[in-house]
Design a binder for this molecule. Structure first.
Ligand code: GDP
Length: 140
């Protein structure tokens, strides 16, 4: 187990319902520390680049429209095995398949409007953090 960082987004469905604090509490209860955080409105270009790996998927345009439909909160989380710990507390992509006690089970509206994003690997975490934050904005 190693101390590491991961990247997180509280998505527009959750900011719309004023759930930032409740989601942050679940992240903190899972042992993650929020070492950087800002509320932004993603541009279409940012969302297209961020989700570029899904460009060929049928839901890509809907996903970009959703992610730009309202404010998001981008975050850097730090803790023991932070990537895996965050994926665990997030729950499965499809809330119908998410375990009890996870953020998506509790709050997600659909497979698309599923309240949170979390990096799926250490490598992607580093790329995603650097896309949204400068080093001086992260205070561990
Ligand atoms: P994640 O790592 O659990 O977020 O899942 P993926 O990387 O597979 O998908 C990225 C995001 O695309 C998800 O969090 C959803 O917001 C959205 N998404 C994934 N699968 C679907 C789908 O089948 N339909 C729609 N509309 N959106 C999806």
């Amino acid at each position: 187990m190693a101390e590491e960082r991961t990247f997180s987004i509280i998505k527009p469905d959750a900011t719309r319902r004023n759930l930032t604090g409740q989601i942050n509490a679940m992240l903190e209860d899972a042992g993650l520390r929020i070492v950087a955080q800002k509320r932004i409105r993603m541009t279409t270009g940012q969302a297209e680049e961020f989700y570029g790996v899904h460009r060929e998927r049928p839901f890509f345009n809907d996903l970009v429209a959703f992610m730009t439909s309202g404010p998001v909160v981008v975050q850097v989380l730090e803790g023991e095995d932070a990537v895996a710990a965050n994926r665990k507390v997030m729950g499965a992509t499809n809330p119908a398949e998410a375990d009890e006690g996870t953020i998506r089970k509790r709050f997600a509206e659909s497979i698309e409007a599923n309240s949170v994003h979390g990096s799926d690997s250490r490598e992607n975490a580093a790329i995603e953090i650097a896309y949204f934050f400068s080093g001086t904005e992260i205070v561990g």
